[in-house]
Design a protein around this ligand. Structure first.
Ligand code: SAH
Length: 331
């Protein structure tokens, strides 16, 4: 069922175009997604798309183990914070925090989330969490253990044609139309966030794990896409009613983090990282504990790691504070 408010956001975008002329693709994407995440139950079988933590608990658990291992080798600092950007349904946080607790690490959860609807979902999974609209209000008194899964792909991209002109969206013949041909994309908002994150790590210690779909080398062309009910859809129809994402430029993220002083590891393909983190062993242990689920567990491992599923397109990038140990999974 489509919330009636979806028509409002399309109307608001049209109105803005009528008042100020064609708007930047990034502005269209930002308005559409803010509405989308505020009004739809987007993630999961009944939603529009499924993410790695919703496929299997193994994903969040291995991330928790990765963080706990770093924390142990960093000398078990007493005051640390678990930070997650765009935590969705809170499943990853819940699984990671449980795995960390098994290693004696029980940090306060600090969740950066702009959608009130998503926050209430997250509160069901992680009742003791605290919420933030942006990184600026995160605690500044101890190392940060940061996770962002499928967060950066949802941030607005600017698009440029081959002469460097920024592409705009207009309303024409009863529909939204992008003017011109895309040659380059960039996401200044993503770069700002990574820069601030890296500065925080340098100042406070800690590490960040960024997982997303995208390219490791700077790419060209149009990667903006829409997904609705698990199938690709037209990004220029029903803004606010479907998920708009773009490929994450890992090269650009790494460069921004490095120039802010963080140590960069990867990116490596998600499949290789999960294998290095021991997903095989974890899957075998889970299957042994509940044999009736053995097939389902094997299938989930395949979805997360196989090259033709999420194993290759999805990548893992880590940032660490100078002086922190080398993270597992990147050799
Ligand atoms: N990490 C989750 C969900 C990814 S969907 C998972 O793996 O399942 C993207 C999430 O980012 C949603 O929770 C959305 O509400 C949130 N989000 C999108 N833009 C944001 C922004 N600018 N600041 C904070 N959260 C944002």
């Amino acid at each position: 069922m489509k919330p009636p408010a979806d028509q409002d956001v399309a109307g608001r975008i049209r109105q803005r175009i009528e008042v100020q002329g064609p708007i930047a693709v990034a502005e269209y994407m930002a308005m559409a997604n803010a509405h989308y995440y505020a009004h739809h139950d987007v993630i999961g079988v009944a939603g529009d798309f499924t993410t790695a933590p919703e496929i299997s608990q193994m994903f969040g658990e291995l991330i928790g183990i990765w963080l706990a291992d770093l924390w142990v080798r960093a000398g078990r600092p007493a005051r640390v914070h678990y930070v997650e950007l765009g935590p969705g349904r809170g499943t990853l946080a819940r699984d990671a925090l449980r795995a960390m607790a098994g290693a004696g690490l029980c940090p306060q959860a600090e969740l950066v989330e702009t959608s009130a609807r998503m926050r209430s979902r997250q509160a069901e999974a992680v009742p003791d969490a605290r919420w933030h609209d942006q990184l600026a209000t995160l605690p500044d008194d101890g190392p940060l253990l940061v996770v962002a899964n499928e967060f950066f792909d949802a941030l607005p991209v600017r698009q440029f044609d081959s002469s460097g002109r920024e592409l705009r969206v207009t309303w024409e013949g009863g529909r939204f139309v992008r003017e011109g041909v895309v040659h380059q994309e960039s996401s200044p908002e993503s770069l700002d966030i990574v820069r601030v994150l890296a500065q925080r790590l340098v100042a406070q210690g800690g590490a960040a794990l960024i997982v997303d779909y995208g390219h490791s080398r700077p790419g060209t062309g149009d990667t903006l896409q829409a997904v609705s009910r698990h199938v690709y859809a037209d990004p220029w129809q029903e803004p606010g009613g479907r998920d708009l994402t773009a490929h994450v430029d890992f090269h650009a993220l790494a460069t921004a983090a490095r120039s802010a002083g963080a140590i960069v590891h990867g990116p490596v393909p998600q499949g290789a990282w999960l294998e290095a983190m021991g997903i095989r062993v974890r899957a075998a242990a889970l299957a042994k504990a509940s044999q009736e689920r053995a097939e389902e567990i094997a299938a989930a491992r395949g979805r997360l790691t196989d090259a033709d599923q999420m194993g290759r397109l999805f990548k893992v990038l880590a940032l660490t504070a100078p002086g922190w140990p080398d993270p597992a999974g990147f050799r």
